[in-house]
Write a protein that binds this ligand. Structure first.
Ligand SMILES: [Zn+2]
Ligand SMILES: [Zn+2]
Length: 97
């Protein structure tokens, strides 16, 4: 996913995606430290997207990230610098070996 986007703060950067719930959480007056999930993919590549526990439950129920899951996640595009704030603000879900 080599998409780029124009970030209002950081200019043209690589695009990352964050589910609506994590975005809203970080915008809240007192954000919670939420667990986030990331797609399983080549570990040397940057993680292109993260989503919350609620979205993960939908993805598990659907069996894949399909249209129904995307409708729930309502991903926001953010730049790779801004994406780091979401990683720092939460906890990565434990990865099953
Ligand atoms: Zn979510
Ligand atoms: Zn940015």
């Amino acid at each position: 996913m080599a998409n780029t986007l124009q970030c209002g703060t950081h200019g043209e950067r690589e695009a990352r995606f964050v589910c609506d719930h994590l975005v809203q959480n970080l915008r809240a007056a007192s954000p919670q430290r939420l667990i986030y999930y990331a797609p399983e993919h080549a570990p040397h590549e940057p993680t292109p997207a993260i989503w919350c526990e609620g979205c993960e439950a939908v993805i598990q129920a659907e069996g894949e990230i399909n249209a129904a899951a995307l409708a729930v996640a309502n991903f926001h595009g953010v730049c790779d610098f801004c994406f780091q704030r979401y990683l720092d603000a939460g906890e990565a879900a434990p990865v099953e070996a």
